[in-house]
Design a protein around this ligand. Structure first.
Ligand code: AMP
Length: 325
């Protein structure tokens, strides 16, 4: 089995999970963070949500946890996050990547009853994803032990500081073994974050994913517009935009193969002639799709009347669409 994820040092088993999820290629933060994290280095990562940052720390963490045979009580990895929502989201990601391989993940956050969290901790988990306040509560009650923790991740560190968790984070890090790996991710790196990094990270590898900027002075040649809509309304909103813009041909990007297929199917349901392009197609299938997109396939079933091309929309992953002219 070949996979760009194996090339980064991830196990074939994890790479297979990712293929199953429709991930075709690592994102930049993943390419840059996974190898040093697998090698055991500390890491200081500047990256915002949406860059694939969760998998960047979750995958190496899972690989280490699954290889470890710790006999100490408590989890082998601790991920601290600012909010309950993020705790759930990150725990879901860890579950998605790791459960088939036997990794147990537990989110613990405030507002939820202690009893269930305590029971789950007692049964034993590999990874705890926690908000700092609730993690500290468990430490104080003796229901969470950090004695076996080998990896600590501080996710969205700037948000955690903004929410007043600085002191809690200090106390938690002091309760974790000194011999451990620490990774800190933050969208911004103000001095307060730099100070935490100085104190708690050892010779960290630095990774920075900058937002793309157009070249100096150049006018972007593509008009860019962002519409903020609820997830549930996304496809309907996209349909309206396409109706208004009425492009003769448009490319819709989705992140994974599964999403490409879903979006393509939903847009077909709205009456568009849609082709889907992703890495799961054979070269032959891709060639046929591109022929229809270029307008060479007028005989195609989806052709409408006298349209020059038979396709309104191409839905693709960015990887599959690379090199299209
Ligand atoms: P994050 O920045 O961690 O919140 O991730 C944003 C989204 O990207 C999540 O829905 C992930 O499932 C997805 N994702 C992460 N890595 C990849 C990848 N290599 N290929 C496709 N999708 C990804």
């Amino acid at each position: 089995m070949t996979s760009p994820f194996i090339d980064l040092g991830l196990s074939p088993a994890l790479a297979k999970v990712l293929t199953g999820l429709g991930y075709e290629e690592p994102t930049p933060i993943q390419s840059q963070s996974i190898p040093p994290l697998l090698a055991g280095h500390d890491l200081l990562g500047q990256a915002a949500t949406g860059t694939g940052k969760t998998a960047a720390f979750a995958l190496p963490l899972l690989q280490r946890v699954l290889a470890a045979h710790s006999t100490a009580p408590g989890p082998e990895a601790l991920v601290l996050v600012p909010t309950r929502e993020l705790a759930i989201q990150v725990a879901e990601a860890l579950h998605r990547y790791g459960h088939a391989l036997g990794a147990l993940t537990l989110p613990i956050y405030g507002g939820a009853p202690f009893a269930r969290q305590v029971q789950a901790l007692k049964r034993g988990v590999h990874v705890v994803v926690a908000t700092p306040g609730r993690a500290l509560d468990h430490l104080r009650r003796g229901t969470l032990s950090l004695a076996g923790v080998q990896t600590v991740v501080l996710d969205e560190a700037d948000e955690m500081l903004d929410m007043g968790f600085a002191e809690d984070i200090e106390l938690i890090l002091e309760a974790a073994p000194a011999e451990r790996q620490t990774a800190l991710f933050s969208a911004t790196l103000p001095p307060r974050i730099a100070a935490i990094a100085d104190k708690h990270l050892r010779a960290p590898v630095r990774v920075q994913i900058a937002r793309e900027k157009p070249a100096g002075g150049a006018q972007p040649r593509v008009r860019q517009t962002a519409y903020v809509v609820q997830r549930a309304h996304k496809v309907a909103a996209l349909g309206r935009v396409l109706d208004l813009e009425a492009p003769s041909l448009a490319i819709v990007f989705a992140r994974t193969r599964t999403e490409v297929d879903e979006v393509a199917e939903k847009l077909r349901g709205r009456g568009f002639a849609v082709e889907a392009l992703h890495g799961g197609l054979s070269q032959d299938q891709r060639d046929r799709v591109m022929k229809r997109v270029r307008g060479g396939g007028k005989a195609g079933k989806s052709g409408i009347g006298s349209d020059p091309g038979s396709v309104d929309l191409l839905v693709a992953t960015d990887v599959a669409a690379r090199g299209l002219d």
